[in-house]
Design a protein around this ligand. Structure first.
Ligand code: PMT
Length: 219
């Protein structure tokens, strides 16, 4: 039996990728499966929290009755769903791989293929959910972000942590084998506001979720 240390807490988690529509048949996205965010949702729910899980398009099921799931498709939908819930929650964990860019224009009709002609798609920046929540954060609320890096891992993570006003950031690097997208395992380093780092070995995403929740409880 798990210790129910999170009874009475409301936790908002976002997970998965977002799909940015190009036309009725195509979209831009990334490789996120939702596994890391869903493992966090399960772990928080098992410890007694009420969880709001805002999920991009994934193939995963949620089982725990404490998890209230909101499915969204685009970064804009995820932004709206997440921001609308933030004032009622104690802890936010931002695990989603939100697309940084979306097509500037959506084509109502399927874009026709023209052989031998280059084609370019104009993109525009999506809103940053973590940045917005960091600005809204009230004292007593805890905000946790992730950093997915491929180079300059520590300095990039610290920059994101500070810019987005997070309480700590969970770094996972695509340079580490068994880490990041789609795998059932992850290797993380937690970095807090005073720059203190805690490195963990490669573990299952379930175990990584336990470590992250334990870290939150230690704050
Ligand atoms: O889903 P899985 O297959 O299990 O993979 C898990 C994961 C690799 C997706 C996950 O562990 C992870 O690292 N999620 C964050 C991915 C990401 O977009 O990282 P980032 O370094 O680009 O973004 C930094 C932080 O800002 C993240 O908390 C992100 O959610 C947030 N962000 C980014 C862009 C944006 N427009 N809005 C945001 O809120």
């Amino acid at each position: 039996e798990k210790k129910k240390q999170l009874i009475g807490k409301k936790i908002l988690i976002n997970a998965g990728p977002t799909h940015e529509r190009i036309d009725p048949t195509r979209y831009i996205s990334n490789y996120s499966s939702g596994k890391m965010g869903f493992a966090l949702a399960e772990e928080c729910a098992e410890r007694g929290a009420k969880v709001i899980l805002v999920s991009g398009p994934v193939r995963l099921k949620t089982i725990h009755p404490n998890i209230f799931r909101i499915d969204v498709e685009s970064a804009e939908e995820m932004y709206n769903a997440t921001l609308s819930k933030f004032s009622e929650i104690d802890i936010g964990i931002l695990c989603a791989a939100v697309a940084d860019y979306k097509p500037l224009y959506y084509s109502e009709n399927k874009i026709k293929h023209k052989a031998n002609e280059p084609f370019s798609l104009e993109l525009t920046s999506n809103l940053d959910i973590a940045l917005a929540l960091g600005k809204m954060k009230k004292s007593g609320q805890i905000l946790v972000g992730f950093a997915l890096e491929t180079e300059n891992e520590l300095s990039n993570s610290i920059e994101k942590l500070q810019k987005k006003n997070l309480d700590f950031i969970v770094l996972n690097s695509l340079k580490e084998k068994g880490s990041g997208f789609q795998t059932n395992t992850n290797k993380i380093t937690i970095i807090n506001m005073i720059g203190k780092q805690k490195e963990f070995p490669l573990k299952s995403k379930k175990e990584v979720a336990i470590d992250i929740v334990d870290y939150i409880l230690s704050l």
